[in-house]
Design a protein around this ligand. Sequence first.
Ligand SMILES: O=C(O)c1ccccc1NCC(=O)[C@H](O)[C@H](O)COP(=O)(O)O
Length: 221
Amino acid sequence: MFVKVCGLATTADIDVAAEAGADAVGLVISGTSVRGLGRDRVAELVAHVPDGVLSVLVVNDTPAVEAAGIAAALGFGALQLHGRAYGPGEFGAAAGVFPRLWRATALADGPDTRVGALGEEVLLLDSPRAGSGARWDLSLLDAARPEGHWLLAGGLGPGNVAGAIAAARPWGVDVSSGVESAPGVKDHALIRAFVAAAKAAAASPATGSAPAQPSGAPAGP
Ligand SMILES: O=C(O)c1ccccc1NCC(=O)[C@H](O)[C@H](O)COP(=O)(O)O
């Protein structure tokens, strides 16, 4: 089970997530999020991400090509284009600058749920309000379950991630609010508990096994 912890704000957050066994960490640039960081802070933090942990730049209101330029310049491992602002044109243009793209969307928006439909390496299915901690109706997956490298997100936490994995059968999971003590403030004990619960659930016979990771990159696609 691939585990991403998103919205990290300090080097200590990164250290704890990495030591807990997270496969990826997300740093957010956003004018609308409490977790939004400035470019200089993002540069400091991404330089702190250890080898073997995938660094993901997450944006929802930065123009795609600009975000791709930031991801390339700062040495990110992936760029998560999050939400309705990014369509086929944005993905195509961004890929010319930085090809390691993730697409984050909500099933309620009726997206194409084929992984790679817009050229992305990873699809993330979230609640309609990114980073809100809100859950969504996983039965929607019955009619549109992706295959391959897709992450489940939206209102996950240490106490519900095992059940969500069993119900949704994702390749990976993503969390932000569920490992915080206050909006934008990560709780290190909750990060450790979340990663442990997700990894344990993936090892359980009840949840089955996820597809193998593709080659060519540390700790992720
Ligand atoms: O986390 C944010 O504040 C955020 C803001 C703008 C775009 C994306 C954002 N987060 C992206 C993520 O990958 C979150 O982890 C995901 O939405 C799940 O969030 P949560 O329900 O709080 O666990």
